[in-house]
Design a protein around this ligand. Structure first.
Ligand SMILES: C/C(=C\CNc1ncnc2c1ncn2[C@@H]1O[C@H](COP(=O)(O)O)[C@@H](O)[C@H]1O)CO
Length: 271
């Protein structure tokens, strides 16, 4: 027999008779303005962190093959490193790679600028900092993160390679995070290319003379980083590794559309 009591739906829920709440969910949402201190609690932060992942994945998941370029926020236009970063951004773009940077000034801006001027896609993953700062003017797609660790996940997840130009603590942090992920096998798919042999020589020597000597790294570990001064070589290293990876994946039968990926990588390598 049909239930003749009054009925109320609340989303997927159905209430009948005395079970019907006095107010609707919307009414409660719109009317209540209780204490606001809960927005500064960790459970709320977890939701904000989650929403940053959602925004980042949503924005970047349809971006094609990409390379992240890191380097000093302080280098000025017209300096040799700025020009080299701009050239690298341009060459990556003409080779079909989207260029991703931290979206800030200096060598990030230079790489975005090079990519944009070459007609490629230029992405900036900015970070909220204690001082006022906006994304640089050479970005086609940008997002600003609250949390460094969420932003770092985006660089690694959506890049085919890391290119690291001279920089300060921020750049070192990005370099060593990438190298640690490669060393520990958390990522297997990308080369880390250091650009600027004069700048990086001291670090390379220290890695060999101190870390290797002390046995705190393995003999092969110094080779996890490529070193060059040449924009064309940066692109060559990345393409070769991309083709090798696509071939390995294809041979392992891992991804259904890897054949198309391999062809694309080989085409890029031939161009
Ligand atoms: C110092 C100034 C602005 C800083 N603005 C930044 N915006 C975006 N990303 C940044 C910024 N500063 C550091 N980063 C990240 O670290 C790397 C550069 O840091 P470094 O210490 O300068 O080497 C860079 O790759 C970013 O991802 C005002 O000019």
């Amino acid at each position: 027999m049909k239930d003749s009591r009054k009925t109320r739906s609340a989303g997927p829920l159905t209430y009948r008779g005395d079970a019907i709440p006095a107010t609707t969910t919307d009414q409660r949402l719109l009317e209540s303005r209780g204490p606001a201190d809960w927005v500064h609690t960790d459970p709320w932060r977890v939701l904000r962190i989650q929403s940053e992942f959602v925004e980042g994945f949503g924005l970047l998941s349809e971006v094609g093959h990409a390379v992240s370029v890191f380097g000093s926020a302080r280098s000025k236009p017209g300096t040799p490193h700025y020009e080299l970063s701009q050239e690298i951004g341009g060459k990556l773009a003409t080779s079909g790679y989207t260029v991703i940077t931290g979206g800030g000034p200096g060598l990030m801006e230079a790489a975005n600028r090079g990519a944009q001027e070459a007609g490629g896609t230029s992405i900036g993953l900015g970070i909220e900092l204690p001082f006022e700062q906006s994304l640089n003017d050479h970005i086609d797609i940008g997002v600003t993160f609250r949390y460094f660790f969420v932003r770092k996940t985006m660089f690694v997840k959506y890049s085919q390679a890391f290119v690291v130009l001279p920089g300060g603590f921020g750049t070192m942090d990005e370099l060593f995070e990438a190298i640690t992920l490669v060393q520990t096998g958390k990522v297997t798919r990308f080369p880390v290319v250091l650009v600027g042999s004069r700048f990086w020589k001291g670090l390379r020597d220290w890695i060999r003379d101190s870390l290797l000597e002390e046995g705190t790294i393995s003999p092969d570990d110094p080779d996890l980083m490529h070193l060059t001064d040449d924009a064309d070589e940066v692109v060559d290293i990345i393409r070769k590794s991309h083709v090798d990876l696509a071939r390995r994946e294809f041979e392992a039968g891992r991804v259904a559309d890897e054949a198309a990926d391999l062809q694309a990588a080989e085409r890029a390598s031939d161009s």
